[in-house]
Design a binder for this molecule. Structure first.
Ligand code: COS
Length: 384
């Protein structure tokens, strides 16, 4: 379908497609097998200016919108969700600075990310704070002109690999969500370390670790925005980033339709390619319908967000749910079309199925997204 992309958007698609086809697809099986972080591929993305897409032009970025980042992530996700997650998590890590950081902070941290020299990570989740994001226990206490951080973040993408970490800590536990603040922590800050890499079902090219703060001291000016505004910045960050996760779902969906259709054309049973059997055709047709319907919603949502950046929670959650549930379903069906071959590591769809699962879980489970949508509907209909 033609979505009437601008010339600049077509250019983003072309660059991301080229990196995907030339660098990600040939290496994805090995990266997955070895749990290997794709540093060289990320460097290539940096050289191609992809990290600069969401960064304003005055800080060396492309000044792109939601649709621009969606288009890039869809292509990268078509290749490997592990690699694409490392890229997406860096964008997630800088959103709090873009949304709430001072001009000086933006200059210091966004410029090297735009130049592809450094990348970022986002630290919210803890052992006892997952869906209940306001339940975090990490603390930040001002001591002289330094903040002292204590606590442990869990399952942080790009942990141990990023140089810039935006993290949430309680500056006033008695105030609940309004007592949370966000900070920048740098690799090498005293008292900051990362745990060993977690072993995961999928997205194994990406690194996932704990972030450990033991009397970690950082300068006072590492506070992002005002004290006590951390939870709101987190929520706005996740609103901004969730269409990107939806885009990864589109990438998997497209890859699965491609793989399953090509296989069905080649695989001969009962003297015919299996694509000539209606049972297989209907499976493929349903995969293609769900993919295109999701793409239409994700692109429309991204355009809506670019036009109305203050009104995005509901639509952002809607597209995340639809495209990631689609990715899970379509990847299971791709394995089914390919039968025993689909189940084997020799073919890429078993990895796509393993990778798809995380999309329904991270950056807010699809159950939390439905809560957000339900609460927004409740508010909207109370106003009518
Ligand atoms: N944008 C701006 N402000 C928001 C907001 C949003 N999208 N969502 C909530 N807020 C504000 C509320 O207006 C409220 O402010 P006031 O105290 O001024 O009224 C404050 O934040 C607290 O909101 P609420 O009471 O709704 O928060 P809850 O603790 O009930 O949490 C959910 C709501 C479940 C939606 C939230 O915890 C969440 O998104 N959880 C999932 C977290 C997640 O995605 N984790 C994945 C790991 S991060 S990669």
């Amino acid at each position: 379908m033609d979505y009437f992309l601008t010339e600049e958007q077509e250019m983003i698609v072309d660059i991301a497609r080229q990196i995907t086809d030339e660098k990600i697809i040939p290496n994805r099986a090995e990266l997955d097998e070895k749990d290997e972080f794709p540093r060289e591929i990320l460097e290539a993305m940096g050289q191609a200016d992809l990290f600069g897409i969401p960064i304003p032009e005055e800080y060396g970025g492309f000044g792109g919108g939601c649709l621009d980042i969606v288009l890039a992530l869809e292509q990268l996700g078509r290749g490997c969700i592990g690699v694409a997650t490392a890229f997406a998590a860096s964008a997630l890590g800088i959103y709090p600075i873009i949304l709430s950081g001072s001009d000086e902070m933006k200059k210091k941290y966004l410029t090297p990310v735009a130049a592809g020299q450094k990348f970022a990570a986002f630290g919210l989740t803890e052992a006892n704070a997952g869906s209940d994001a306001s339940g975090i226990q990490t603390t930040a206490v001002l001591d002289g002109d330094e903040w002292v951080l204590n606590g442990t973040k869990q399952w942080i993408t790009n942990g141990g690999e990023a140089q810039i970490y935006t993290i949430v800590a309680m500056t006033d536990k008695s105030r609940g969500a309004r007592g949370a603040s966000m900070f920048v922590v740098e690799d090498g800050d005293p008292g900051f370390s990362c745990g060993p890499k977690e072993k995961k079902m999928g997205i194994r090219a990406s690194s996932t670790t704990e972030l450990i703060f033991k009397d970690c001291r950082i300068p006072q000016d590492r506070l992002i925005g005002r004290k006590g505004t951390g939870f709101i910045t987190v929520m706005k960050t996740l609103d901004s980033s969730r269409p990107g996760i939806a885009a990864l779902g589109l990438g998997i969906g497209q890859a699965c339709v491609d793989e399953a259709t090509m296989y069905a054309k080649q695989r001969v049973q009962f003297n015919k390619p299996i694509i000539s059997f209606q049972a297989v055709q209907h499976l493929l047709a349903d995969m293609a319908i769900q993919l295109e319907a999701s793409r239409a919603l994700v692109y429309a949502t991204a355009k809506h967000i670019d036009a109305h950046p203050k009104n995005m929670s509901k639509v952002s959650s809607m597209c995340k749910v639809m495209a990631t549930d689609m990715a899970m379903k379509v990847s299971v069906d791709a394995v089914q079309v390919m039968g025993g071959y689909g189940y084997m590591r020799e073919y890429p769809v078993e990895k796509m199925m393993r990778d798809a699962k995380i999309l329904q879980i991270y950056e807010g489970t699809n159950q939390v997204q439905r809560n957000v949508i339900g609460q927004e509907l409740n508010k909207e209909y109370s106003r009518k």
